[in-house]
Design a protein around this ligand. Sequence first.
Ligand code: ITT
Length: 192
Amino acid sequence: MQKLIFATNNRHKTEEIRSVLKGRFNIITLAEAGIDIDIPEPFDTLEENAKEKAITIYKLTGISCFGEDTGLETHALNGEPGVKSARYAGEERDFTANMEKLLNKLRGKADRTARFRTVISLILEGIEYQFEGICEGQIAEAPRGEKGFGYDPVFVPLRSNRTFAEMSMAEKNQYSHRGKAVERFVQFLIKI
Ligand code: ITT
């Protein structure tokens, strides 16, 4: 079975991606590979940051690997928080503080449309491939639900009236940016 290192320190991402892959590939986390580093994400685009994560781990291990960068883009705030989603309210990367800042900035605005965008960068035998997944939706007036992570309690995907945090992981994956990007990545890996 194809062995791939997933260049992330975010356990929620690993759980979601493993749930979509259903055992089709052997995904190894950084912790399982014995790698303890804070992966850099220094750039202004998801594409460059995703590549940086994957390349950093590929250079360290020489093993095929992938990384992903995700951003929440709101229309009324010109795409904020976007590539800065993790540190929107500060270096502490606090989910609650990030959501509060977003809700405060959207207060009174009629347009609450938003989208999540994920870019996966795969380094396979030294060559890079990218896969994108987008999920359109709305920012709720207040957080709802206990599941998921990050901005899930304030994001309602199109064709649902529940937030991602009110859904099971399997249901979120059917709608989500990450689920779509991973499906494209799987189709590519199956073909080659
Ligand atoms: P790695 O870089 O180690 O992969 P990270 O948590 O830093 O993990 P990102 O930079 O891609 O990941 O995440 C940007 C932010 O967006 C971060 O605050 C996440 O919590 C949030 N986020 C990412 N995917 C999300 C999702 O599916 N639902 C809700 N929030 C999400």
